[in-house]
Ligand binder design. Structure first.
Ligand code: GCO
Ligand code: MN
Ligand code: MN
Ligand code: MN
Length: 373
């Protein structure tokens, strides 16, 4: 039951299992893993595919001959191990060129460089068969609001995304863009920090149809928000193009914890929402193995991410088939639909005094998750 299958559509970023455990206070603790090794190992574990930033695969300074050789070798590994690349993204944050932003850099030359880099990443995605292009504007933010007018930054951001949709249309690629919001880190504040802000920004784009969101659980929590509600709003607007699954404690640095490892009830309701809504995109893990881990721990992390999702999915199934839970839900519906049809002076007392039976429901869910049912 907990063995991942290809048709579960689990995917991992090359940068997730490939994370070397560097943090602001300490150096790498693990060796670099070759992309082809990651493809092989994840396939053995039952994953469906791989995602990547342009520079996870191709070094920034590669010649075009080197680039082609690397891409060919990678494609060979994908074919050999039956793996696909549903999503590609662009690294617009690591190189010092982007220290004041990429699409929102105050320098037009940097903005143009960023847009060209993103176009080349889109072309790479097309070559690898990806249908989703994620844009995470990690450096699109500010510490010093006196240095640039945030309205200019938003206009430049819009121009950048408009150029990318134009590129996709003119090349007739079957690809859509998913914007990934994050409130802060690495910038003091990042523009468009939540799903809600992204959705409203998308409404101002030239080609809004082509653009949706890639919500991340950890990013919602860093903003102190409920990821279930963030994801639900994206679904409500038909804009859930992709999702980053991981975990995070509120009010901490960006932890990138293994999906479902910290907030068990929160993860349950996320999986319930995804399953009940019929979301059929990739289930993408964007998290890091703990810095304490060696190679064995890395694959344990990958296996655990998928097992946990399937475990939560099984709990969702139990939620829907548990007779007592169904009974409470029926009772809640009945309480809402019976009783006085209007709230007026004769029924005020009834509507003030009635209970909603949510304590019972919440306790049953808690016991379900504790394995007591
Ligand atoms: C983070 C982000 C990134 C992006 C990735 C894809 O907190 O570092 O979540 O992992 O998802 O760069 O664009
Ligand atoms: Mn993140
Ligand atoms: Mn992410
Ligand atoms: Mn992160």
């Amino acid at each position: 039951k907990l063995a991942p299958q290809k048709d579960d559509h689990f995917t991992f970023g090359l940068w997730t299992v490939g994370n070397r455990g560097r943090d602001p206070f300490g150096d790498a603790v693990r060796d670099t893993l070759a992309p082809t090794t990651i493809v092989r190992e994840l396939s053995k574990l039952g994953a469906y595919g791989i995602t990547l930033h342009d520079n996870d695969l191709i070094p920034m300074e590669a010649t075009s001959a080197e680039r082609d050789r690397i891409v060919n070798e990678f494609r060979k590994a994908l074919d050999e191990f039956g793996m696909v690349v549903p999503m590609v993204t662009v690294n617009l944050f690591y190189d010092p060129i982007f220290k004041d932003g990429a699409f929102t850099s105050s320098a037009p030359a940097v903005r143009r460089f960023a847009i060209d880099k993103a176009k080349r990443a889109i072309d790479l995605g097309q070559e690898l068969g990806a249908h989703i292009f994620v844009v995470w504007g990690g450096r699109e933010g500010a510490e010093v609001d006196g240095a640039k007018d945030p309205r200019d930054a938003l206009a430049w951001y819009r121009e950048g995304i408009n150029t990318l949709t134009e590129h996709i249309r003119s090349r007739r690629y079957d690809m859509r863009i998913a914007l990934e919001p994050k409130p802060n880190e690495p910038r003091g504040d990042i523009y468009l920090p939540t799903v809600g802000s992204m959705l409203s920004f998308i409404g101002t784009l030239d080609d809004a149809e082509l653009v949706g969101v890639n919500p991340e659980i950890a990013h919602a929590k860093m903003a102190g928000l409920n990821p279930v509600h963030e994801i639900a709003q994206a679904i409500d607007q038909n804009k859930l193009f992709h999702i980053d699954l991981n975990d995070q404690r509120i009010a901490r640095f960006d932890q990138d914890l293994r999906f479902g490892s910290d907030d068990i009830k929160g993860a349950f309701y996320i999986v319930k929402l995804l399953e009940d809504s019929g979301y059929d995109g990739p289930l993408h893990f964007d998290a890091h193995p703990y810095r304490t881990e060696d190679a064995e721990g890395v694959w344990e992390f990958a296996r655990g991410s998928m097992r946990s999702y399937l475990g939560y999915r099984e709990k969702v199934r139990q939620f829907h088939t548990d007779a007592e839970i169904s009974g409470v839900l029926a009772r809640i519906r009945e309480l809402n639909e019976t009783g006085p049809a209007v709230v007026d002076s004769s029924s005020l007392a009834y509507w003030r005094e009635r209970g909603y039976a949510y304590e019972k429901l919440d306790q049953l869910v808690t016991e379900l998750l504790l394995g007591l049912r």
